[in-house]
Design a protein around this ligand. Sequence first.
Ligand code: MN
Length: 702
Amino acid sequence: MSTVLGLDENRFAYLKQADVARLNEAYRFSEAAHSGQKRQSGDPYISHPLAVAEILAGWHLDSQAIMAALLHDVLEDAQVSKSEIAKTFGKSVAELVDGVSKLARIEFQSAEEAQAENFRKMLLAMARDVRVILIKLADRLHNMRTLGAVPPAKRRRIARETMEIYAPIALRLGLNALHNEMQELAFSNLYPLRYAVLAKATRAARGNRREVIGKTEAAFKARLAEAGIEATVVGREKNVYSTYRKMVEKHLSFSQIHDIYAFRVLVSDIPTCYLALGALHSLYKPIPGKFKDYIAIPKGNGYQSLHTALIDPYGLPVEIQIRTEHMHHIAESGVASHWMYKDEEASLSDVQRKTHGWLQSLLEIQSQSGDSAEFLEHVKVDLFPDEVYVFTPQGKILSMPRGATAVDFAYAVHTDIGNCCVAVKVDGELVPLRTELRNGERVEIITASHAKPNPAWLQYVRTGKARSNIRHFLKTMQYEESAALGERLLSQALKSFGSTLASIDDANWERAMRDTGTRSRQQLVADIGLGRRLPAVVARRLLRYADGVEAKPAANVTIHGTEGMAVQFATCCHPIPGDAVVGSIKKGQGLIVHVVDCAQVERSRRNQPEQWIDVEWDQATTRLFQVAITVTVRNERGVLAKVASELAEAGSNIDSISMEDEHSLHASLHFVVQVSHRRHLARVMRALRRLSEVVKIARFRE
Ligand code: MN
């Protein structure tokens, strides 16, 4: 390549000399990283980051942002690491480059209006630092300016994305000049034929009217001078896209569009704006309904101007914008115009403060028109959102409150997905369901038809939808499980009177329901399962037995461990299969299983014998049960790790650990571990005894 590239220091003259030297370093670093790479146009790759840096210099951004612009593609395209950038150019620059690279990785897919809005919000949310967005916008502008060399399909995709996503962001940040150029470039790439025809017609019309336009401009200048107003009058070509839009929206042909040329009047202060307006209105007749006072009532992004349209002596409309130099500066560069050009290492909070400064200045502009709080909320929400935006596998964007987890996402997609979710992949990798989601992530929920919500989810879900659905499901499930248990308890009670469920006739059921005020058999047995009614009492009612009739001892109720919430295992004694057990029916809680010689059992059994029923273990339980053990060990280095690994070796999981006397010679370790039955527990304890550090080991009960 014969082109000699390099940093044109004149463009960066607003920065300190030392910072310009840093820019040169960043430039050389980037040039070396991209060496040998070419753009689609055939230009050396470095021409692109250089152009992006120059666009940002036009907005007078700080040296960190310019360095990041020079380096913005090295992470993605040149296999340089973030830490290498941090080491050479500082953490802030590395963060900026990383932020821009993250934006580059997500792709806009859906053409839906609402999805475009979500995508814009996602970009703003991901950026966190407004400079990341400004670099991304400059990057996109240069890519649009050089789109000619790109293959047509990709060109259309980039143009559409620019029209729907980036141009509106530029407008929202008050970067009006950038917004207009992006729209024009996007239009010319999306509809090259329409653009060519309209651009040619516009040029021809301007050529025809050149003399007229010159006369109008001279008349304006003369009138303003007459009125003693110092003003700059500039002719302004309206862009082709705005003409096109007007034709489409108002169903006009090109010959019916007259305002293809407009004027801008720049003055020194606000009172002069109104004086200039008066002077021009007295020159030519204004068109009714065309006058807009955006000085008194600024636009949402801080834009201020007076707009009017006059009929010139030839009967053609002429649009005029009147504003101060200061307003003009803001209108052209928006958020960038409020940037403070500090060159020290700025932290993220500094950046947010500066951006808040910009919002604040907008607020001051707005406060002249009232309704400022609502306005500030509107802009702030975009820049510092309380929401995260994530993709579904289909590319749809969902907005979730900050802190929302994969479970919240599952319920946001569909209640059934939430109820059946068992695992989640984020960007293709399996992560725990409680994982908090971050902006731009692609979230895929894995479901299983038999899966059910877990009560533990309630501890970390953030959305009301997930919370209420989980609660509702658990309640329904508890009701069904309680009804199933209640039926078993009732049939055991009937058996003790020598009867069976099947032998109860409808009349007796009806009577029992009437007496107890229950609506259905299901509710009556669920009440038993929930401990609200005693099985023996209901059995007597169904059999129409008087209280005096004695029951004979019946077979025990079998505990399978799969009863769900209807059967709970007491945490005072942690019963496991193989233990002799007994059940207590607690009001509203269902059946609670204790070890027979549990201290709590003896006391309560004496006082409320009717609450207790005989239970026994199913011979073939398949799940794991919690049991508490205390291990006394010699307090040596690494002893906890040894015990833990021995437990794992013996096929047991540890649920919790606490430690006592950890600074004395002997320490007590309290474990809650999972075992399948007493034989398994015996195996675990034998294994632990083999450790030389273990002094004593015992099952623990309160
Ligand atoms: Mn780039």
